[in-house]
Design a binder for this molecule. Sequence first.
Ligand code: SF4
Length: 379
Amino acid sequence: MRIIESAYVHIPFCTHKCDFCDFAAVANMAHLEDEYTQTVIKEIEQRLARTESPVRLSTLFFGGGTPGLVATSSLDAIVQTLARHVEIASDLEFSLETTPHAITDLKLKEWRALGVNRLSIGIESLQDDELSAIGRDHTRDQALRGLAMAAEYIENINLDFMYGLPTQTLSSWSKTLDELQELCARYPQIKHVSAYSLELAVNSPLLMRFPRNSDAYPEEDAFASYFEALLLSLARSGFDHYEVSNFARPGYACRHNLTYWRNEPYLAFGVGAHRYVDGVRSANFRSLNRYLREFQGEEMHEVIDEGTRLKEGLMLALRMREGIDAISFADRYGIDVFTAYNDQISKLQSLGLIEVEGRRLRISDKGVLLSNSILTEFI
Ligand code: SF4
C-alpha cells in the first residue's frame, strides 16, 4: 500500500463568480463559512478514521474557490485537525490559492504564521479589458499590488494565467508575457507559473456574452503562436517547462501537483473535492448545500483496476515533459511500454509528436500543443 503524502482542501468561497468558472465556487455565501469549516473538520476526522493507507503529509494544498478570502482562523482549525490525526513532514509544502485583491499585509502575516510557504495567485491576465471580458472582479493594478505585497512575505509564489480569452490578441498576450518577464526579473519570489487555455463549460455564463462562434476569441489555429510565445517568454526568465501547462524555476516544480501527475494517492476534503485513496477515486458532492448535509456522500466513486491504473499512469506521465522512463514504469506497472504500445509509438514518432531517447519516451516540443489528442491514442 503506497503511503499518502498529499492532501487537498477545497474552500469554495469567492467574492464574485467569474463568468468562465466551472469550479465548485460560490459568491455571497460568506455567512456559511463557520458551518463549512466545521463540516470539513468532521469530514477529515471521519474519512481519516476509515483510510487504510499510511499517511505522512509532505504537501498540503488549499484550493478553491478563494481560500485566501476566509478567516485564517478557519484555515487554522482545519490544519490543526489534520495535525491531530496524521503525521506532517517538517518540510511540508503548504500552498494556498488566492485572488490578488484578497491579499493584505495582515493576511500575509497570518498565512506565514500558519505555515503557508507557497502562495498561488490567480492573475489570469495583465490587461484590464481581458479581465473584465471574462468577468474577473479585479484589475491589473490590484494584481500588481497583491503580488508586490505577497513578495514581502512569501518566498515561493505561483502566478496563474489564461490565454484564448475573448478580446485577447496575440499582441495583447505578448504584452502580458513581456510584463510577466519583467515581474519575474523584479521578483525572484515568483518561482512558478501556470498558464492554461480557456476551456468553456457547456453552460458557462461567458457564452451569453461571447458565444462560441464569436470572433472575440482568438482563432483556434492561432493557439500554437500563443503557446510558443509563452514558452519563449518563460524560457528567457529561466523557467523549466515541466508539465504541459506548468513552468518552474529549477527545483520549484509544485510538489503537490507532482503527486497527481505521478499517479500517487492523495486525500481531499471539502465540497466537490476529488481524492485517490486506497485504490479508489472518489469525489464529494459539488453542490455546497448537499455537501453540508451529506459530507460523507459521493458524487463519483470508481474502483481503479489494474488496467485503469496503467492507463492513468501512462497518460499522467506523458503530460510531464520528462515523459516516461520505461524501466521504472515497468517496475511499477509490470509492462514494457515500448512493447505494449509499439504501434502507437511508431505512428506518433513518424509524425514527430513523440520522441524516444534510449528507454525514455516523451511528447516532443511539436506535440505538446496536441497532448490531448496524443494521449487518446494510448487509450
Ligand atoms: S476566483 Fe477562481 S474559483 Fe472563484 S469564481 Fe473566479 S475562477 Fe472561480
